[in-house]
Design a protein around this ligand. Sequence first.
Ligand SMILES: [Zn+2]
Length: 283
Amino acid sequence: METCKNRTSDSSKSPIRYRVSGMDCAKDAAQIERAVQSAGIAPDAVKVSAATHIMTLNIPESQLAEIEKAAATTGYGFERMDANDDGTQSAAHQDPAYRRALWIVVLLNVGYGIVEMVGGFLAGSQAVKADALDFLGDGLITFLGLLAIGWSLVWRARSAMIQGIFLGVLGLGVLGTTIWRVFAQTTPDANLMGLFGFIALIVNVLAVLPLLKFRKGDANMRAVWLFSRNDAIGNAAVVVAAVLVYLMGSAWPDLIVAFGIAGLFLHSSWSIIRDARADLKET
Ligand SMILES: [Zn+2]
């Protein structure tokens, strides 16, 4: 009886939506969902769209305080949207200083993405190429966010879909050439690998700095780590693989890390496509 009553009252509720700021990576969406779920709500009651950066909650208003507390630990900004907010207006995006910061992030990510992709070919390293994809992906997402200011949700979801497909094709390309490399192994240049992986770590931190003062919470080292860790783990894996390639004189560490990074990247592209489809169906 009690469950039945709850179910009817829950399903009759309209979803509560938040605009999330500070996301620059599809992996961030999953991280926020996990944090919110840890407050003890059902996994399907929270959805963070990697395509439109909107968090949708299907919970009673009474649970909201606890959810907001859990969300705040992630460090991202959450701005509640009212019922007739169609997602086109974002106060933060109207701020010229914030837009300038976003342009710097785009230039750093896309710029180093291209440099690292070339570096991957120079070093003969699949892991470096896979790592470059993440920079290109994050740069494109931020670029899209800048272009899409004032666009309707439908158009943002459509362009996110195109972007997701484009990134997916790139990811499949790297995955395919990595499989091919398993059968035609050449040992990558460990020094170059380590160099490009190490610079990637630095660029990831640099790309977080311009946005810090626009994010909620303290602009301290913990915040830098919080916002760059999802990508820094991949960069660090490239450096570790470079050391192992050097010690073992084998291509395997490079190939294994490449499979891991390319797999995660394909998963991110798929989240963008899936979320964009869900957003399109909703509007
Ligand atoms: Zn990323």
